[in-house]
Design a protein around this ligand. Structure first.
Ligand SMILES: Cc1cc2nc3c(=O)[nH]c(=O)nc-3n(C[C@H](O)[C@H](O)[C@H](O)COP(=O)(O)OP(=O)(O)OC[C@H]3O[C@@H](n4cnc5c(N)ncnc54)[C@H](O)[C@@H]3O)c2cc1C
Length: 494
């Protein structure tokens, strides 16, 4: 079987790596070939720097050492997300990756606290920039669950080298312009601008938002969801730390502003920061000023490097993801917005599914495509419900943007039903009929309880709960962890 992947961004290389790692036997016996073709003319997105804990399993499966990955990608540990000013404008709650491990009764505060601290001790680590593991712990093993913050460009280079040198993936730089199909409508070849044809049995479209194959060859459009989640633009920048001892945050910070929200991702050597907004509500200049204010007020950032890049997108997902012998993964399949960093997690899920369903039998491929389309459509609906929940729990009234995005007018029916149930019951495993939901019910629980305490509180002031967690003393800060990791690595090298 010959698989051709078009596109060498994070989606293309992650998909190639997972399929190749799971089918090493067939690759070595030459029963399976995997060829990734990417264009030199179209750069990769260069964002997508927050991952879920699922990335640990992915990196382990594809055979990368965690230490090598952390050092090469200047990566840090991500233990969840922190939402700042989302409810009333002076509030903060967390969505940690580890499940709740203490009862709310263990702390007794009349004021709002950083709420998930009440039920998840991981939030103590987040608040104090503590690493989720000891330096002596093995690769991918942590005291707490974690994903990563990583340098997207470096991650792509690392995957490329690993796939081509260790996993037997073939790599070509070509600009693909068209495809040839057989009578049944299946793609037989993709063709480059100089007329070279690459044949395959399965074509994976990882060509980014334009979806060169799924849209370009089969006219499969996106379902636009901007009436529910209107953000369609981001201004992104990368800023070095001012000093070597600046703290390295261990959660993605998402700070709401009158125009949208700002992501803040801390790597070992710099922060990746960007403002997500809707062009229907704010101009680029307004948003850029807001972003600069954010950067300027942070004593650890070197604002002299402030320079933004504009990234436009249409929030939505494909009507179908798998059609004939062509399947879209990554931005080609859809993108809604960066909140909760769902995109790479979905790439991992898609690649695992494809890898478990490799066949060239057309009748079977048709059933596989149906199954994939059902599963992915369900996942996109889950994502929409979860993202919309963050907005709909907001009580911000300081701009047209917030009045519109928090309004209940355009709630998906599924979310409406859940919100009704959650008035009486906590989020639970029964909230989804799926055996393998994308989000655990704990995620819904953290956001619901996190936002709700501010909804009911009279005052807005956040009360920092006292630290009652031996782990804060036992585990190193992220800053210390990576300093020691680099020192140990330098010693090894000399
Ligand atoms: C503002 C923003 C923030 C984000 N933050 C996160 C996050 O924190 N976490 C997360 O999980 N995701 C995030 N994402 C999504 C994430 O960036 C993408 O899912 C990820 O980068 C994968 O992109 P891709 O590989 O699908 O597309 P791209 O990076 O666009 O790659 C497309 C590839 O296709 C190739 N190509 C295009 N045309 C041709 C052609 N004609 N011939 C050959 N090759 C071609 C290009 O050369 C390139 O290699 C974010 C996205 C945005 C917009």
């Amino acid at each position: 079987m010959n698989i051709v992947i078009v596109g060498g961004g994070t989606a293309g290389w992650l998909t190639a790596a997972l399929i190749a790692a799971k089918h090493q036997g067939e690759i070595k016996e030459r029963k399976l070939t995997l060829t990734l073709i990417e264009s030199r003319h179209t750069p990769t997105l260069g964002v997508g720097e927050g991952t879920w804990p699922s990335m640990k399993a992915t990196l382990k499966t594809i055979g990368l050492s965690e230490t090598a990955f952390l050092l090469y990608c200047n990566a840090s540990f991500k233990q969840g997300s922190t939402f700042i000013n989302w409810v009333k404008g002076n509030d903060r709650y967390h969505h940690p990756f580890s499940p709740p491990d203490r009862s709310p009764g263990q702390q007794n505060h009349s004021q709002p606290t950083e709420v998930t601290a009440q039920c998840a001790s991981q939030t103590d680590l987040i608040r104090h920039h503590i690493a989720p593991k000891l330096l002596a712990a093995g690769d991918y093993e942590g005291t707490m669950n974690y994903g990563y913050h990583l340098d997207a460009d470096k991650f792509v280079s690392l995957l490329k080298v690993h796939c081509t040198s260790k996993l037997g993936v073939k790599h070509q730089y070509r600009n693909i312009t068209t495809a040839q199909k057989d009578k049944a409508g299946n793609i037989t070849h993709v063709v480059s601008e100089n007329g070279e044809a690459f044949s395959g049995d399965l074509f994976i479209d990882c060509s980014g938002v334009r979806a060169l194959l799924l849209q370009g060859q089969f006219n499969i459009d996106t379902v636009n969801v901007s009436h529910v989640l209107p953000n369609n633009c981001a201004l992104a920048c990368r800023l070095p730390y001012k000093t070597h001892d600046a703290p390295i945050h261990s959660s993605t910070r998402a700070t709401a502003t009158p125009h949208g929200w700002i992501w803040d991702i801390a790597l070992q050597h710099r922060r990746g920061i960007g403002h997500v907004f809707s062009t229907d509500f704010a101009s680029k200049d307004k948003v850029e000023n807001q972003l600069f204010d954010y950067v300027r007020q942070d004593p650890h950032l070197d604002e002299s490097h402030f320079e933004t890049r504009e990234i436009r997108f249409t929030p939505g997902y494909r009507e179908q993801f798998w059609h004939k012998n062509c399947v879209a993964v990554g931005m080609a399949a859809g993108f809604i917005e960066p909140l909760e960093a769902t995109a790479l997690a979905l790439v991992e899920q898609s690649a695992l599914f494809i890898s478990a369903h490799l066949t060239t039998e057309p009748a079977i491929v048709k059933s596989i495509a149906h199954r994939f389309n059902r599963l992915m459509t369900h996942y996109w609906h889950e994502i929409i419900d979860f993202l919309k929940l963050h907005y709909t729990l907001s009580m911000r009234d300081d701009s047209d943007y917030w009045r519109s995005v928090s309004s209940c007018d355009n709630l998906p029916q599924t979310l409406k039903e859940k919100l009704l149930l959650w008035q009486a019951l906590p989020a639970s495993v029964y909230d989804t009929e799926m055996k393998t939901p994308l989000f655990s019910h704990n995620s819904f629980h953290y956001v619901l309880t996190g936002a709700r305490q501010y909804q009911v509180a009279n005052g807005n002031d956040i009360c920092d709960p006292p630290i009652n967690n031996h782990l804060v003393r036992a585990l190193p800060t992220q800053q210390h962890y990576f300093q020691q990791l680099r020192l140990a690595n330098n010693k090894k090298a000399t």
